[in-house]
Design a protein around this ligand. Structure first.
Ligand code: NAP
Length: 266
């Protein structure tokens, strides 16, 4: 079987390194390029603490993308860079698999246009962990019976964007699952932001602390009871099965697909 040639953008970063290792460990995939703004000129094998692989970290450019017969580009960079990366990737005929968060609804519309123009497909997931996808699905189901919900999302202190892409997606799914909107009550805020941000009538509280990876609690409140659904990623490896699945499935997808749940039999 022919291997799928995969490049990783953000390859010097925390997620990018995990993806490079996961691609190297998968016999159906071939690591065909490593891009980043950091570590330029370093061999990705050595960056991963292994022997040299002959793949050197470079800046992303159309010239660099034209080499290595890259078929899929995985992007784990920053919310500021991701749109340009998706655009250049599609313009070069390469399908993007994107985990970078901070992509808005307006951005998604634009990406849809680029995907259509390129006649390719693109895959974006705010969370590649299977447990997180199930947590969102369970939250959507619970929302049918509990109209009041709040989200607490907790991440490591290096995360730039807030609230997390997963919490926003969860709020959307709760809204889709609700049969009735929660009533708004008047509140006296003694400190701005005390009740967090609000998306789809769901309050979202963002915690950023050293020691955390990616965690989320969805708390539903009802008469005399609460229901808490919680997911914890203790290791970035938790995202890898989802990333590998997306890489392998993207060629058979049509247009822009958003969310890992679309690749699973849920
Ligand atoms: P990170 O360690 O900061 O890595 C990002 C890397 O991308 C850095 O080396 C960064 O360089 C580089 N970069 C920035 N702009 C770039 C550009 N234009 N071209 C190429 N490389 C560029 O961050 P991380 O923890 O790996 O997270 C990366 C992203 O993945 C974040 O958005 C995070 O929220 C998201 N994430 C998603 C999931 C998921 O399941 N979907 C899971 C975990 C994390 P500089 O340091 O110079 O900026």
């Amino acid at each position: 079987m022919e291997k799928i040639n995969v490049a990783v953008n953000g390859a010097f970063g925390r997620m990018g390194r995990e993806v490079c290792q996961a691609v190297l460990d998968d016999e159906e995939l071939q690591l065909a390029g490593a891009f980043d703004l950091q570590g330029i000129g370093e061999d990705i094998g050595e960056v991963l603490g292994k022997k040299k692989l002959g793949i050197v970290l470079r800046n992303l450019s159309s010239e660099a993308l034209a080499e290595g017969k890259i078929q899929v580009m995985v992007d784990f960079t920053t919310p500021m860079a991701v749109m340009d990366n998706i655009k250049i990737s599609l313009a070069c005929g390469i399908r993007p698999v994107v985990g970078t968060t901070g992509i808005t609804q307006v951005d998604l519309k634009l990406i849809e246009e680029w995907v259509e123009k390129a006649g390719l497909s693109a895959f974006i997931a705010p969370n590649f962990a299977l447990g997180a996808v199930l947590m969102m699905k369970f939250a959507q189901l619970a929302a049918r019976y509990f109209k009041h919900a709040e989200i607490i999302e907790l991440h490591h202190d290096q995360k730039i964007d807030a609230p997390s892409g997963t919490s926003l997606k969860t709020a959307e799914m709760i809204a889709a699952g609700r049969r009735e909107e929660p009533q708004k009550r008047e509140e006296l805020l003694k400190l701005a932001g005390a009740r967090g941000a609000v998306a789809e009538n769901v309050h979202i509280h963002s915690v950023r602390l050293e020691g955390l990876i990616a965690h989320q609690e969805v708390i539903f409140g009802g008469l005399g009871q609460t229901l808490t659904i919680r997911h914890d990623s203790y290791d970035r490896k938790s995202f890898m099965p989802g990333v590998l699945l997306a890489i392998k499935k993207i060629a058979s997808l049509k247009g822009l697909v958003y969310g890992l749940e679309n690749l699973l039999d849920l």
